[in-house]
Design a protein around this ligand. Structure first.
Ligand SMILES: [Zn+2]
Length: 322
């Protein structure tokens, strides 16, 4: 069965949630739990942002084993060098470079021409590759980029040594059908795509982050970026627990699997909620207080006679003892 890699960014994108700020010790505690949960890639932070961010990434890279540890960097020399300095002690270090490729971001925010962006991307990946074999390149705002330009950027960064290309729906604007068709086109037009992992990073502004991620899996994406409890900028990103349990519960439909130890899900969710101060809504799928609670007499009667009448997953499968 095809294995989907789970890239957890609770400590980077999740930590960027408005109102959330974690200490170095708290980040380490979450990183240890994410390792127990069995994430394939752990994004520990953005080292250039502050001394605390650097320290947290450094300590996580030193301690966490059996998981790829990655740090974020803009396509700039000082970012890449600081990211590498922070993660070089990891068992399996990855540098994660991001650079926007949409007309809106290139023109208004970065004030660069597409040709300049292409050159920056290639140069950044080359520099990162000189430090480590594992380099991820994210085309920020990919879903609003010109597909031919995006494929050209990916073709060039793959030739420069990128091992993972990430297609983010940065602003949560995509719809599942459109996003999967877009990814299919990118795959057809990118030279060397078969040599790399294809990743997506979906935001939840329209409540479609998980649906968009699942749609991407169906056309060949094999790495999903997500966070515990769906934390992240604005409305957050795809919730790890929802993605993983959708894949597990509907294995018949998706035909893929993850390496997540699902019985650690509830514990991880509770820890992240407690340390970030971000309460989980009661009716939240998988990890909400009510997710496995039945209230109406009719439903209780059904459950008492046969659990599967109203339950598609056992609470114990996510580590809850009810
Ligand atoms: Zn994000």
């Amino acid at each position: 069965m095809r294995r989907i890699k789970i890239f957890d960014t609770t400590l980077r994108d999740g930590e960027q949630s408005p109102g959330v700020s974690l200490t170095v010790a708290e980040k380490l505690q979450i990183a240890r739990q994410l390792s127990e949960l069995g994430v394939d890639v752990l994004e520990a932070g953005f080292p250039l942002v502050s001394a605390d961010d650097f320290e947290a990434v450094y300590k996580i890279a030193q301690e966490i084993r059996n998981t790829t540890v990655t740090a974020m960097a803009r396509a700039k020399k000082k970012d890449i060098e600081s990211a590498w300095e922070a993660i070089s002690g990891a068992e399996s270090p990855r540098i994660h470079i991001f650079l926007a490729t949409s007309p809106i971001h290139m023109q208004y925010r970065l004030r660069k021409s597409p040709q300049e962006i292409l050159e920056y991307a290639v140069e950044a990946v080359r520099l990162a590759k000189s430090k480590t074999g594992d380099v991820e390149f994210s085309a920020e705002d990919a879903s609003r980029s010109d597909v031919d330009f995006l494929a050209q950027v990916f073709t060039r960064v793959i030739a420069a040594g990128a091992t993972v290309i990430n297609i983010p729906d940065t602003v949560g604007y995509a719809t599942p059908e459109e996003f999967s068709a877009f990814i299919r086109t990118v795959m057809q037009k990118t030279v060397g795509i078969e040599k790399v992992d294809i990743s997506v990073h979906c935001h939840n502004d329209l409540g479609l982050a998980v649906a968009n991620s699942l749609a991407a899996i169906q056309v060949g994406a094999n790495q999903i970026e997500c966070t515990i409890n769906g934390l992240g900028e604005r409305a957050g990103t795809a919730a790890l627990e929802e993605l993983v349990m959708a894949i597990r519960t509907r294995k018949d439909h998706y035909g893929v699997e993850t390496g997540i130890v699902t019985t650690e899900i509830a514990r991880t969710s509770q820890m992240v909620s407690q340390l970030t101060g971000m309460m989980v809504q009661h009716n939240k799928a998988i990890v909400g207080k009510n997710a496995f609670t039945h209230d109406s007499g009719l439903h209780l009667d059904g459950i008492n006679k046969e659990r599967t009448t109203y339950e598609i997953m056992l609470p114990s499968s996510v580590g809850l003892a009810l």
